[in-house]
Design a protein around this ligand. Structure first.
Ligand SMILES: *[C@@H]1O[C@H](CO)[C@@H](O)[C@H](O)[C@H]1NC(C)=O
Ligand SMILES: *[C@@H]1O[C@H](CO)[C@@H](O)[C@H](O)[C@H]1NC(C)=O
Ligand SMILES: *[C@@H]1O[C@H](CO)[C@@H](O)[C@H](O)[C@H]1NC(C)=O
Ligand SMILES: *[C@@H]1O[C@H](CO)[C@@H](O)[C@H](O)[C@H]1NC(C)=O
Ligand SMILES: *[C@@H]1O[C@H](CO)[C@@H](O)[C@H](O)[C@H]1NC(C)=O
Ligand SMILES: *[C@@H]1O[C@H](CO)[C@@H](O)[C@H](O)[C@H]1NC(C)=O
Ligand SMILES: *[C@@H]1O[C@H](CO)[C@@H](O)[C@H](O)[C@H]1NC(C)=O
Ligand SMILES: *[C@@H]1O[C@H](CO)[C@@H](O)[C@H](O)[C@H]1NC(C)=O
Ligand SMILES: *[C@@H]1O[C@H](CO)[C@@H](O)[C@H](O)[C@H]1NC(C)=O
Ligand SMILES: *[C@@H]1O[C@H](CO)[C@@H](O)[C@H](O)[C@H]1NC(C)=O
Ligand SMILES: *[C@@H]1O[C@H](CO)[C@@H](O)[C@H](O)[C@H]1NC(C)=O
Ligand SMILES: *[C@@H]1O[C@H](CO)[C@@H](O)[C@H](O)[C@H]1NC(C)=O
Length: 552
């Protein structure tokens, strides 16, 4: 093809697109004006979109996926077709505004019930995630959106009660009212949902596929209502909703359900069904509920299960043998229950895809060999497992990022082989509350950032920290000598972490090095109960740091 032909083709495409573009109807003027009114009723404040910075995509791996936040409404101008405005979507045929996506758009101010927003009767999708509506109530004028299929009012500081008109939105496919609380008031900071309204919502929203109500106060809702949820439901998340009572079995049998999150509802209880589970289930997260009884053998039929979190429930009895058939399982938390019997640790190696494993002592684990292969294990917690020495199989783990061996009875010096485990990947090491002794000169791991050595009997000089460190706690040991002058070159991290440095209750002497002032990220410093002398560095006397806690 010659250049002319290519050029011609390009021109043709250009004309095709632009002529199509011009053929589209412009957005109706009344709807344009409604948007402009809406725009003028808010001030812009980047802080209003702070939740967007720490947006998690994977709550188990704490994978942070910040959402770009900027004021979309800045592109909204009177003289232009509002269908071209940022965040606005129009119907190709009629020009009506059918979509409004103002995710993370810096909006700050009250969303009044007389807002011009409610004049956009043709909306199918409305997303206001990550703005600050300073405790506004969700308006009953919501019923103006009869055609709405997607409504997302998450993380936007709404408060008060969800209005009954929510159940008029019978076309909804996805509803997200999660994480709304308003810190500036003390009386009723959380969004509340009444039983009668939830019951109507469940009965009328028959095409609902995704329902996310985390942190909505549902203390008045009877969990029985969940029994009537739409059979098209694929995703249900009601964590930290103050739900109490019996959670109906039928939810576990919803035919399309793939994800069920009901964690941290401490008074919610029942047992797991013995038969007829919904088979597509991939995530089952019940942590911090009062579910009890035995884990039924039928759980082995849930072949697609990848996340199973039963931490801190009240399960009893034996772990069923069918559990080891869950070959897709990547995340398994079964610590802090009341199981009986013994479990051979090697059984966990049958779960070839395991990336995260949390167990604890009531499983009465037996470690019968030196080597176990967990080809994908990244996070391992043997917290409070009655260990008396470092289990040697740790040596074969090549990609651990987090290791928790806290609250065991491990004694003696750290063996040489331990210093090399998962050298390239380890980020968190927790040896809190053991009986460890000896000196530590250097913490070798390449990416180590969180170090918990509190409550042991380590002695000798304080270890030199990797620059990646942001959490360091060696309190309640017997370290001696001075604070290394380069205490820590804490490097800024793209995550919501607290920079913490505690050497409290050791036998550290000498002066506080002035270089502590260069560790500007430090938020908490605890130097108490040592034998430090001399004067304080200047930044600590004139408070010219970001410190929130300094304990001397
Ligand atoms: C709903 O909106 C209309 C028109 O803006 C307004 O007149 C009415 O007062 C609003 N309803 C409520 C309950 O505020
Ligand atoms: C909307 O309601 C608020 C508060 O009730 C009021 O201050 C404001 O004047 C009203 N706006 C319009 C356009 O009616
Ligand atoms: C259920 O939805 C219909 C519209 O599809 C509506 O007319 C009716 O009022 C709703 N019922 C309740 C109880 O909200
Ligand atoms: C609500 O919007 C946020 C931000 O776009 C998104 O992460 C979340 O998944 C949405 N909720 C639902 C139920 O789709
Ligand atoms: C939830 O609502 C109940 C009943 O109105 C109230 O007593 C409780 O304090 C609320 N909880 C929270 C965390 O707001
Ligand atoms: C579930 O729906 C049925 C039929 O609509 C109704 O009779 C029953 O009372 C509902 N149950 C609950 C707990 O809402
Ligand atoms: C399980 O399903 C079978 C076959 O559909 C049915 O006969 C049985 O009653 C169901 N059991 C329960 C507890 O629902
Ligand atoms: C399990 O997942 C696979 C792949 O996503 C899917 O094809 C299959 O239908 C699922 N099984 C069930 C029982 O839903
Ligand atoms: C684990 O330790 C606890 C408390 O020290 C003790 O009560 C329990 O019997 C121990 N379990 C095993 C299996 O040794
Ligand atoms: C610290 O060392 C002293 C003296 O050697 C000893 O008495 C004490 O028990 C040790 N404390 C800890 C926490 O190891
Ligand atoms: C603190 O260390 C000094 C020597 O550096 C030692 O004499 C003293 O006994 C230690 N104190 C404690 C409580 O271990
Ligand atoms: C510490 O900060 C001071 C003043 O900001 C600077 O001059 C000095 O080079 C810094 N030292 C190190 C080791 O970073």
């Amino acid at each position: 093809m010659g250049w002319n032909q290519i050029l011609c083709l390009l021109c043709f495409h250009f004309f095709l697109h632009s002529s199509l573009r011009f053929a589209l109807p412009l957005c109706p003027l009344d709807q344009r004006d409604a948007l402009l009114h809406f725009k003028n009723s808010f001030v812009l404040d980047s802080k209003a979109s702070d939740p967007c910075q720490w947006h998690f995509v994977d709550s188990y791996y704490q994978k942070i996926n910040p959402i770009k936040s900027y004021p979309k409404i800045n592109s909204w101008h009177m003289g232009t077709d509002c269908c071209s405005w940022d965040g606005v979507a129009c119907d190709d045929a009629t020009g009506n505004i059918i979509g409004l996506d103002l995710t993370c758009s810096w909006l700050h101010g009250t969303l009044h019930s007389n807002s011009s927003l409610f004049r956009l009767h043709h909306l199918c999708s409305l997303n206001l995630f990550g703005n600050n509506f300073v405790g506004s109530h969700i308006s009953s004028n919501l019923s103006a959106f009869a055609t709405l299929t997607h409504l997302n009012l998450s993380s936007s500081s709404f408060s008060g009660f969800v209005p009954s008109e929510i159940s008029h939105l019978s076309k909804l496919v996805s509803l997200d009212l999660s994480n709304n609380y308003f810190f500036d008031t003390h009386s009723f900071p959380y969004l509340g949902l009444e039983n009668s309204i939830f019951t109507m919502l469940v009965q009328n929203l028959t095409t609902l596929r995704k329902l996310v109500l985390d942190k909505v106060n549902m203390s008045m809702v009877s969990p029985k209502s969940f029994a009537n949820l739409s059979s098209s439901l694929t995703y249900l998340s009601v964590c930290q909703c103050s739900l109490g009572g019996i959670f109906p079995d039928t939810v576990f049998r919803l035919p399309s359900l793939t994800s069920l999150y009901i964690g941290e509802n401490y008074n919610l209880y029942w047992i797991l069904p013995k038969s007829n589970w919904t088979s597509p289930l991939e995530t089952l997260s019940l942590y911090g509920t009062s579910f009890s009884g035995e884990i039924p053998n039928s759980i082995g039929n849930m072949k697609n299960l990848t996340i199973l979190d039963l931490e801190d429930c009240k399960f009893t009895g034996h772990i069923p043998s069918s559990m080891w058939n869950l070959s897709q399982l990547q995340v398994l938390w079964i610590d802090e229950n009341s199981f009986s019997g013994v479990v051979e640790f090697k059984l966990f190696t049958k779960l070839k895809n395991l990336r995260m494993l949390y167990v604890s002592q009531e499983l009465n684990l037996i470690y019968d060999t030196l080597e176990y292969t967990f080809p994908k294990l990244e996070v391992l917690s043997l917290f409070s497992c009655n260990l008396t020495k470092f289990p040697f199989f740790l040596n074969s783990l090549k990609r651990l990022t987090q290791l928790d061996l806290s609250s065991n009875g491990i004694s003696g010096e750290i063996p040489m082989w331990f210093w090399g485990i998962s050298y390239d990947t380890l980020e968190l090491l927790n040896l809190f509350d053991n009986l460890l002794e000896g000196g530590i000169q250097l913490l070798h791991w390449k990416k180590l950032s969180s170090i918990y050595l509190r409550k042991n009997s380590f002695h000798g000089p304080l270890p030199i920290l990797p620059p990646s460190t942001y959490y360091f706690d060696v309190s309640y040991n017997n370290f001696t000598g001075e604070i290394p002058s380069l205490i820590c070159q804490f490097s800024p991290l793209p995550s919501p972490v607290t920079y913490y440095y505690s050497i409290a209750s050791n036998n550290i002497t000498g002066k506080i090095p002035s270089l502590i002032c260069n560790a500007t990220q430090l938020e908490i410093i605890d130097l108490s109960n040592n034998s430090l002398t001399g004067s304080l560095p200047q930044c600590l006397t004139n408070f010219s740091t970001d410190l929130s806690v300094l304990n001397l």
